[in-house]
Design a protein around this ligand. Structure first.
Ligand code: PLP
Length: 472
């Protein structure tokens, strides 16, 4: 090949074109947030209706970028369920906020892999520092900081954090000669499915679901008996998961009492605070987390209620030694001077994936932009709206509240009959102006109303109440 016919470097969008389309897309997102109430909250797309608009084969030749943006409106939007709608009362919130979205954009633009300290020192150091901030902001045990013996790391989801905890506990038990097939993990019947899934993936032989009391909290005597019974039957209790805010009703397990049992039997205690952990930024909720000094690991999701868009799950360990011992494998291509010095954190050793993006930037920017006070204000506003709705439900004989509502979720059903509850769920869902979750408790239908979208105001909850009133 001569110099004259040597291939030219491929070119694509120029930075000038990127700037132009980027500005247009920031406008598009801002307009979306402004007009989100014009949409039906839950997409009414039928199965396959989005896919049938896509060509059968990928384009051989690049398309004008304007066409891509146009298809956002024409193809994507009809298939979007609007989690950013102020009348989003379903599941738990998944908030996006301006500082979070802008940080996400910067993180994508930098495109760094923070698997090792040396592959982008800022990604690691900001993550460690901000997670140490959160230890203080949430009043968690000070030794959970990376400057002490513990430490925090960002993961994609609470399911990943819980799975990691299960794997480390299994590793420790295996080192003591316990066979995975005999290992038992315990959680309440109200625990999130991620505990069971994580234990199954991690190879635990048994998962025991322990009954809850009338407050939806784990029955502590039942846990004690189950552990003793399993030991007597030759099994090996290894792991206990406490829920600080169950998904069904935000029930809170007795962490302190569970911790005492775990200490007695040398079990790993993990706390799943995926949703309610966010409320701990407000001192008035912290009595729910009494006993954290007995805990080995803890997870909560700023991507639910702390104005950081998905994905951003925090995982703390009280002692990072067992975590790193379990997950660190050093191939020759990852060896470097900084790691060898022992003076840096390499987050690849703190979870299953090797590659990791710069998630900490959005958490850092959200905390700096809102300030702790701004975040507390948001949480308290949602809790106040929820308690007001709960009061209305409580005063109305047509409804009964089915569980305590300490945070910003209230669960209720119709007193007339289960059929009336199911009818109400269906009637409100049909209207389409709000989203809520029809669920079950003790085998009977109930309705979950979760108030936590950042743009939800009193008028939206009033409108929900009007719908309930009209259709009950
Ligand atoms: N734990 C609890 C209590 C939850 O409510 C949820 C999700 O709502 C999860 C775990 C799972 O979270 P993720 O989707 O981050 O895995």
């Amino acid at each position: 090949m001569t110099e004259s016919n040597f291939p030219q470097p491929p070119k694509h969008l120029s930075t000038e074109e990127f700037r132009q389309h980027g500005h247009a897309l920031i406008d598009w997102i801002a307009d979306y947030w402004d007009r989100v109430e014009d949409f039906r909250v839950v997409s009414d797309a039928t199965p396959g209706s989005i896919r049938e608009q896509l060509p059968t084969a990928a384009p051989e030749v690049g398309e004008p970028f304007e066409d891509l943006i146009r298809d956002l409106d024409d193809i994507v939007m009809p298939g979007i369920t609007h989690w950013q709608h102020p009348s989003w009362f379903a599941f738990f919130p998944a908030n996006a906020s301006p500082p979070s979205v802008l940080a996400e954009l910067v993180s994508a633009g930098l495109g760094v892999q923070g698997m090792l300290w040396s592959t982008s020192p800022a990604a690691t150091e900001i993550e460690s520092h901000v997670l140490d901030w959160l230890v203080d902001l949430l009043d968690l045990p000070a030794y959970w900081k990376t400057t002490e013996q513990g430490g925090g790391v960002l993961q994609m989801s609470a399911s990943d954090s819980t799975h990691t905890a299960l794997v480390v506990a299994r590793h420790q038990a295996t080192n003591r000669g316990v066979q995975p097939g005999s290992m038992v993990a315990y959680a309440s019947t109200q625990t999130h499915s991620s505990i069971q899934k994580g234990a199954t993936v991690a190879g635990y032989g048994h998962v025991r679901l322990i009954d809850v009391d009338g407050q939806q909290a784990m029955n502590i005597e039942a846990l004690q008996s189950a552990v003793e019974e399993d030991k007597a039957n030759g099994l090996s209790p290894v792991f206990v998961a406490a829920s600080l805010g169950t998904t069904g009703t935000t029930g809170v397990d007795p962490i302190e009492a569970m911790g005492a049992i775990c200490k007695e039997h040398d079990l790993w205690l993990h706390v799943d605070a995926a949703y309610a952990g966010n409320a701990m930024i407000c001192p008035e909720f912290r009595h729910y987390q009494a006993g954290l000094e007995l805990v080995d690991s803890y997870t909560f999701n700023p991507h639910k209620w702390l104005m950081v868009n998905f994905d951003c799950s925090v995982f703390y360990v009280a002692d990072r030694g067992p975590l790193i011992d379990c997950l660190s494998i050093l191939p020759p291509y990852l060896k470097n001077e900084a790691s060898a010095s022992g003076a840096v954190i390499d987050y690849r050793d703190w979870h299953v994936p090797l590659g990791r993006r710069f998630r900490a930037l959005k958490l850092w920017w959200v905390i700096r932009s809102y300030g702790a006070e701004g975040l507390r204000e948001m949480i308290r506003y949602h809790v106040a709206l929820t308690q007001q709705l709960a009061d209305r439900l409580d005063r109305d004989p047509r409804f009964e509240i089915v569980a305590p509502h300490p945070f910003a979720l209230v669960c209720f059903r119709c007193t007339e009959s289960d059929e009336a509850t199911s009818r109400l769920i269906e009637a409100v869902n049909k209207v389409g102006s709000v989203a809520w979750t029809g669920s079950e408790l003790d085998g009977r239908p109930m309705i979950r109303v979760s108030i936590g979208q950042r743009s939800t105001e009193q008028s939206h909850v009033d409108a929900l109440w009007d719908l309930i009133d009209e259709h009950a």
